[in-house]
Design a protein around this ligand. Sequence first.
Ligand SMILES: [Zn+2]
Length: 330
Amino acid sequence: MGRDFVTLPKAEVHIHLEGCFEVDDIVRLASENGVALPRPRDQLLKVAGGLTEFLQFLDWICGLVRTRNQLAAAAYAFSNRMAKSGVGYADVIVNPTHWGQWRRNIPEMIAALDQGFAEAESDGLPAVGLCISLLRTQTADESVELVSLLSALRHPRVVALSIDGNETAAGRTGPRFAEAFRRAGAAGLKRTVHAGESSDASGVWDAIQLLGADRIDHGIRAIEDPKLVDELAKRQIPLGICPSSNVTLGLYPTLPDHPIEKLRRAGVPVSINTDDPALLGLRLENEYARCAEAFAWSDDEIRGLARTSITASFAAAETKRRLEMAVAAW
Ligand SMILES: [Zn+2]
């Protein structure tokens, strides 16, 4: 093959800051705070148990980020990771409920993240938009409160309201969050919704009909409902797909079994993303390479996928135009 996927201009639109801490970062933060590691360093990311234990570990990591400088440094490191994978723009999901030190002080949290992203940008690293996320287990009141805060703040770094979390555990929650998402849309925020991974196709319908999703995170189980696939294609609602994350978490046995190619061929806008790259051991350029091989994609098809990642992003129009032109030249 010999194709260079680092130099392929692209955006990353489904990635959680919480899933971007490398072992080195975690060890350093723990030592800065005088906190003992729960396991030896070489086994740090090997969390025993299921999703619940995994999410608790995530909260433990984020709990180590306590000062403004530590949070700004995490943002800067994120931009650096993006640059190394040849990402020209990223929308990053940050869920305040995971960050013990910040969950009650979201304006300060956004200011610290903005400081790190702005520094990175002035050093020539790619631009990043913040998608502030609700957790599926939060209440309707909490969701409206977050949106009120965001719309009063109107911080230029914040591009979207997001929602994530385990829908198998939380059950159907679309109706509970409809009002918050309606208000977010009215306040000029984009809306991105985790659905169709830990929920089935009905979760994706709710994301479209109740939450007004501009983009769906995962959305892969739409493949189980042909009417939904038609709807996504007709309305050109993009899916931010994370193939290796889905295989690792057991949704599909192998990459060739993953529905991304069927969705793409059905005309649904699909992009390739990494979800929680440090925790899953992923790099975006490798994800493109693995999928290109599994589905025998031509250069034209790869350019199409990169272009979709850019159009699906919440980047400024000027950034999109520049990146799209660069894709054509790849
Ligand atoms: Zn995700």
